[in-house]
Design a protein around this ligand. Structure first.
Ligand code: AHR
Length: 503
């Protein structure tokens, strides 16, 4: 068995964890809304047509913020289509996903649903086909109390109190040539700046996310961030990062090391933000918003066929990745990476929430179940609150295709307000357990309250409607605390949550 060590101390802290790093995303795409959260006629549907069984799974997951309504979809979307009497809402061609959007679910319906789910909305405005005028109008409609045309229209549409949406995305992936009305960094930076100014004049309390690069592989990556921030630095609060990984090469060690790439991405974008800040002699720090992140590759080929065969149909089964066990391990490592960068990463939305590259799957007319990736997000959201600690870790390492010296033990820890400590750990070793020795003497008397382990002997194991618990957390061997030192076994290929409470 291999060995690793960890030292924790409350004085070694990274910063306060922003709970919005446990966010998610619902786009008008595929069966996320229609057939996902919303299915009138389903045996569990409430009087508004939303599935209660899905709601229960979302609530259990614990998602403090949900990005909405897109995604690529938003760059061709007219927000006005989604409010007012449902029977007069237009059906539109969605040029992002080649389907038809009925607008049956719009802002009011989604806001009611999100409230029930215990989530705030992160609303994306269309800076593709539209501009600053529409952006300031939706802020007025959503957030202005009353006495103006648009706020009174909201009241007339049945909502007296403002929606009070605090977090707004200035468009989506505007660096991507696939985007409806893709822009250069300069064009986008200017537009984002002007839209941001107007939106904040309407409601100065809102926070704004400008589009960073769609991935670290974009040819414009780096230059895009620098050039667009030159134009809008003073008006915005966050820069977005989007990151999806896949194991197309079927190389598990390399796949599990992709969180090292995530870490580089974070440090690079933070450096570029700071470089622009320095050039502007600004004391302002721009935060990072991972408003899309996940594993995404399983469904790529089938999606091309679906769109070819069924163009313009409604609620096509698009981006329905079936996640396996190794995907859950990488998702766990990505969450650990966000925690290790909690001083800079303030928002992160697992893309997406239901059916579309999602932790929650449904069958139309049928059941709902948790995919493998549901578990690390649920546990991190539940227990990873408070302060992110800066552990000192010694771990054996391995080399792989993209990185040398990848730690076999990928771990971090958090300190909650009640003094309890939680260690999150992934053992990337395919075969061997790791015996972890953790020094927690600085925290006084702690006891192991729980050691939860997510493991399966087959990295390709999946959950299905018939066998929903194939990959699900089990109670591990609790380990031993002795004189403030924890000795615990971290099984080969596993995601672990070790909760230590005051004795
Ligand atoms: O999340 C799916 C899609 O991925 C989003 O619509 C887009 O922003 C990204 O390319």
């Amino acid at each position: 068995m291999k060995t690793a060590s960890m030292i924790l101390d409350q004085d070694y802290a990274i910063g306060t964890i922003d709970e919005r790093i446990y966010g998610s995303f619902i786009e008008h795409l595929g069966r996320a809304v229609y057939g996902g959260i919303y299915e009138p006629g389903h045996p569990t549907a409430d009087r508004n047509g939303f599935r209660r069984d899905v709601m229960e799974m979302v609530r259990r997951l614990g998602v403090p913020v949900i990005r909405y309504p897109g995604g690529n979809f938003v760059s061709g979307f007219n927000w006005e289509d989604s409010v007012g009497p449902r029977e007069s809402r237009p059906k539109r061609l969605d040029l992002a996903w080649f389907t038809t959007e009925t607008n049956e679910v719009g802002l009011h319906e989604f806001a009611d649903w999100a409230k029930q789910a215990g989530s705030e909305i992160m609303y994306a405005v269309n800076l593709g086909t539209r501009g600053a005028d529409e952006a300031r109008n939706i802020v007025e409609y959503a957030n202005h109390p009353s006495g103006s045309y648009l706020s009174d229209l909201r009241i007339q549409n049945g909502r007296k109190e403002p929606f009070g949406i605090k977090l707004w995305c200035l468009g989506n992936e505007m660096d991507g040539p696939w985007q409806i009305c893709h822009k250069t960094a300069y064009e986008y930076g200017r537009l984002a700046n002007e839209a941001a100014k107007l939106m904040k004049w309407v409601d100065p309390s809102i926070q704004l996310v400008a589009c960073g690069s769609s991935s670290r592989e974009m040819s414009t990556y780096g230059a895009w961030e620098y050039e667009m921030l030159e134009e809008c630095y003073d008006e915005i609060d966050y820069v977005s990062l989007h990151r999806y990984y896949g194991n197309q090469a079927d190389d598990t060690p390399a796949f599990l090391a992709r969180s090292m790439d995530l870490d580089c991405f974070i440090r690079e974008v933070a450096s570029i933000c700071d470089a622009v800040g320095a050039r502007k002699r600004s004391k302002k720090k721009i935060g990072l918003s991972f408003d899309e992140w996940n594993v995404w590759y399983h469904s790529n080929e089938q999606d091309k066929e679906i769109i070819k065969a069924d163009r313009w149909n409604r609620a096509l089964p698009l981006l329905e990745d079936v996640y396996n066990f190794e995907d859950a391990l990488l998702v766990g490592s990505m969450l650990i990476t966000f925690l290790r960068n909690a001083d800079r990463v303030k928002v992160a939305c697992l893309a997406q929430l239901v059916n579309v590259i999602a932790p929650i799957m449904t069958r139309n007319g049928g059941g709902v179940w948790a995919q493998t990736i549901y578990w690390p997000l649920m546990q991190a959201s539940r227990y990873g609150r408070g302060t992110a600690l800066r552990p000192v870790i010694k771990s054996p390492v391995y080399d792989c295709k993209d990185f040398d010296a990848v730690p076999l033990l990928d771990a971090t820890a958090t300190l909650a307000d009640d003094g309890s400590v939680t260690i999150f750990a992934v053992n990337r070793d395919l075969k061997e357990d790791i015996s972890l020795s953790a020094d927690l003497r600085a925290f006084g008397n702690l006891r192991v309250a729980e050691h939860s382990v997510l493991h399966h002997y087959d990295v390709k194991a999946v959950n299905t409607e018939e066998a929903p618990d194939t990959v699900s957390p089990k109670e591990g061997k609790t380990g031993e605390m002795d004189g403030g030192k924890l000795e615990i076994r971290i099984p080969a290929l596993s995601w672990n949550v070790i909760r230590l409470e005051k004795a």
